[in-house]
Ligand binder design. Sequence first.
Ligand code: PXG
Length: 289
Amino acid sequence: MGLVYINGELVPKEEAKISVFDHGLLYGDGIFEGIRVYNGHIFHINAHVDRLFNSAKAINLEIPISKSEIKEALNKTVKASELDDPYIRLVITRGEGTLGLDPRKCAKPQIIIIVDKIQLYSEELYKKGLNTAIVSTIRNHYEALNPRIKSLNYLNNILAKIQCAAFNKDEGIMLNKDGLVAECTGDNIFIVKDSVVITPPTSAGILLGITRNTIIDLAREKGIEVKEMDLTRYDLYTADECFLTGTAAQIISVVTIDDLKIADGVPGKITLSLLDAFRNLISNYAGEK
Ligand code: PXG
């Protein structure tokens, strides 16, 4: 059922409306989280809510309800949706204001929870892997808009996605202003080299992905060495394997970058074993308090 939570009320999706004077719409002034439900439980609810509150703090936005009230609202909206293991979009906008940037003129933040289905990639693509390109749009500089803030302003990523679509590729890889690998438009990136799993550190200017952390834990549990290390274009081209992680994509192999094959151009063994481990984790997921 299409239900949306707005500031404590559950309303049918056709009736879910906010003001055109909301600074979330006018300026992208707000934050969000994309969250999944697995096996009937909200996946890593605490990490998502903590990241949301950190994003809020970083943009000086005071969320008008507590972390436990947000968690309650998430659970209530999921339950009311009657959808089987849906996707949750939790959005906090600066709220209704006047024309003009000043956030002090916004009365109160709006809390919106949309519960729906999401499927980014077909099962076939999980088996075949993605074709990608390194785009020329660089990831936001951390002193301009830190990518650790999951803000409502995704134009940096959308510009990258437009380039990736022009190249007819499945995903775009973004470098930072120093030419170091950052992340993709909506996913974190990993390579495997000599059986070591490597991913850029947060200092490269990336979102600290919750799936990224889950995959790091799963790899370490399997006895695989994991390093957070700066990577260059060269490291991507010469990797043994490459894969992406994200709430929507889960974990998916990359088989070409800029039309160059990664190793043999088929999903790698470690990537596939981590996909298997991730699927096993979510199908038995028991939730957290
Ligand atoms: N980097 C960026 C820029 C993202 O937007 C990730 C990494 C992965 O983070 P998580 O915590 O999800 O592992 C994201 C997340 C969508 C969609 O609608 C995008 C994300 C999450 C959910 C849905 O395309 N991006």
